[in-house]
Every structure is written in C-alpha cells, then in structure tokens.
Design a protein around this ligand. Structure first.
Ligand code: BG6
Length: 304
C-alpha cells in the first residue's frame, strides 16, 4: 500500500498486486477512482470533465452513497459520505482470512462531524475495506455500526461507473423478470420483461431483490464484468443518455456511450440498526474471459 497526494493535496492510497493490477482510492469520499487490470487497462469510467475538487463527488469510479441513496428529505443527493474526508483506519477490527489472504487492502473510517450530526443526528462508525486480490478482483466491504443511543435507518449504494466500449453493445444478465422502481417515472414500479437488459435510451432504475451475481457483458470489448454482492438486495442501473448528459457540467456530451452505472445497493427497504448493531454490505467486481461474452453466462450461480 502506497499513500500519495492527488493534485488537490488529498491523500490517496494505491494498491497493487504482483501481476501489475492496481486500485486507487481517494480519502475524499472513500471513493475508488481507478481500477486497472494487469494489462494496465482502466476498468472504471471517469468523465473527462470530472471535477476532482471538493465539495462535489468526482464523476466516475465507485462512490459511497450513504446514509441515503437518491434525493429525498433534507440530506444531500446520495448522502454526505461521498463528500467527506475519510481517515485511514489504524485499528481495524480483525478480519476473516478470506477477506485478507492474498490481498492488498486498505481500511478507511468515517465518523460523523458536528456538521453531519446537524443534518443526520445519528452517531455511527463506517468502516470501508478496499481490497485488490492476486487475481485482480476488486472487493469493497462496508461495515456500519450504530454507536448511538437510539436506532437509525439508512439506504446505501456503491455507485459504480463501469467503463464500456459502446453502450449499445452492452447487456446485463441477472436482472430478468425482476420488479424495478423507475426513477424517470417518480419511482413507479414495473416488472422487467426482456431476456437481458440492453440500452437505447435513458435508464434509471432500482431493481429489487436481485440475485447475488449480475453480469455486464461488453460485446465489443469481449469482456464481462461479474458483480457479486452480499447484504445488498437491490441493483441500480443508470445511463443518463444524450439529453441528461448534455445537462451535466461534469460529464461530456457523448460520454454516456462509454459508461454504465451498475450499483449494488440497499434502497427499497432501508437498513435499521439498533444501538450497538452492525451491518455489512460487500461487492466484488471481476472480469471473466471473453469466451463467456460470446455465449452469454448460462448460469450465474457459477460465480457465487
Ligand atoms: C444514479 C441515480 O445512481 O446516480 C440517478 O439513479 C442520478 O438518478 C445519478 O442522476 C447521478 O447522481 P449524481 O448525484 O452523482 O449526479
């Protein structure tokens, strides 16, 4: 693990594995800002117009949405965690051998400031582990502990910008026939009908109670992201498409073609923690060989 400063003077941690894969994590937001394969290819999307300057989360990578996903109530859109400075956790709780063996990792910690407590009056400790495995897999484990005297509830998402070759050549498998809330229609509930999800216009949906593995097939690049999650029942799928892309100042007009957000999340039924309780939600991202891309993934349970 290597700690350097980014161009705003903010600490960032670089993890590397012996094969040459790497991950970069900013202490600003605890945001993963880069994940590279052992061949040096960037696997996460970052907008060319991204603003790497607080107080706005950088458009790309993997942002932590907590204690809310979306925009309701008095909290800022997607919660404050992505806009706070996290610390390196010098005393992380002991982890299972599975979570530390063969991995390069960093443990980060977020505690609420006085200012946070004014808009969300609950004391918590949020521990985030970001780990890069020897085979290049990226894993994020979030642990939220209630250290308050009363219960609290929250929603959460790993807001994950995957880098794709051409959105019209991409499909998602694993979300078929699920119910979803459509954010473009005031969260109205629909049921997915198609075989696999493909893209030809704006999509902003929260798929409910999804299986623990979802695949994003990038036909042109002949690669598939397999997303495996635990403790996170929902999956957000977002592509702003042309009109919304043009309306975002930190996003290029044509960049919607090169990205797709697929966020492991807990949204529909927020998590409630009693005093002293802890919640864990993790996501693992990996690339699988291109042969899977041609035939589709027959049985996602192979990846569980
Ligand atoms: C997605 C939401 O996850 O994030 C969209 O579903 C939202 O509704 C998008 O527009 C981007 O949000 P932000 O706050 O990072 O611009």
């Amino acid at each position: 693990m290597e700690v350097t400063k980014d161009w705003n003077g903010i600490d960032q941690v670089v993890l590397r594995n012996p094969q040459g894969a790497s991950v970069r994590v900013s202490l600003y937001g605890g945001q993963v800002t880069s994940w590279r394969s052992d061949r040096g290819e960037e696997l996460l999307f970052t907008s060319s117009k991204a603003i790497f300057k607080p107080p706005k989360a950088m458009r790309g990578g993997i942002a932590i949405c907590f204690p809310q996903f979306g925009n309701c109530g008095s909290l800022e859109q997607h919660g404050f965690a992505r806009n706070k400075t996290w610390a390196i956790d010098e005393n992380p709780p002991p982890s299972s051998p599975e979570d530390s063996h063969d991995k390069s990792f960093v443990d980060l910690l977020l505690k609420p400031s006085e200012e946070d407590l004014k808009c969300w009056p609950h004391s918590f400790e949020f521990r985030l582990r970001v780990a890069l495995a020897a085979d290049g897999k990226l894993k994020l484990i979030s642990r939220v502990r209630n250290i308050d005297g009363k219960p609290f509830s929250f929603s959460f998402a790993y807001h994950t910008y995957l880098f794709v070759s051409d959105i019209s050549e991409v499909r998602i498998e694993g979300l078929e026939i699920l119910d979803y809330l459509d954010n473009t229609r005031q969260r109205e509930r629909f049921t997915e009908q198609g075989d696999a999800i493909t893209f030809e216009s704006e999509v902003d949906r929260v798929y409910l109670h999804s299986p623990n593995a979802v695949a994003v097939l990038d036909h042109e690049r002949k690669r598939t992201f397999v997303i495996r999650k635990e403790g996170l029942p929902d999956v957000v799928v977002w592509n702003p498409w042309e009109k919304k892309a043009k309306a975002m100042i930190d996003f290029g007009d044509e960049e919607y073609k090169q990205m797709l957000c697929v966020d492991a999340a807990v949204i529909e039924k927020p998590v409630t923690l009693k005093p002293g309780e802890e919640w864990t939600g993790s996501v693992e991202l990996r690339l699988v060989p291109s042969t899977f891309c041609c035939e589709g993934i027959e049985d996602l349970s192979d990846f569980l």
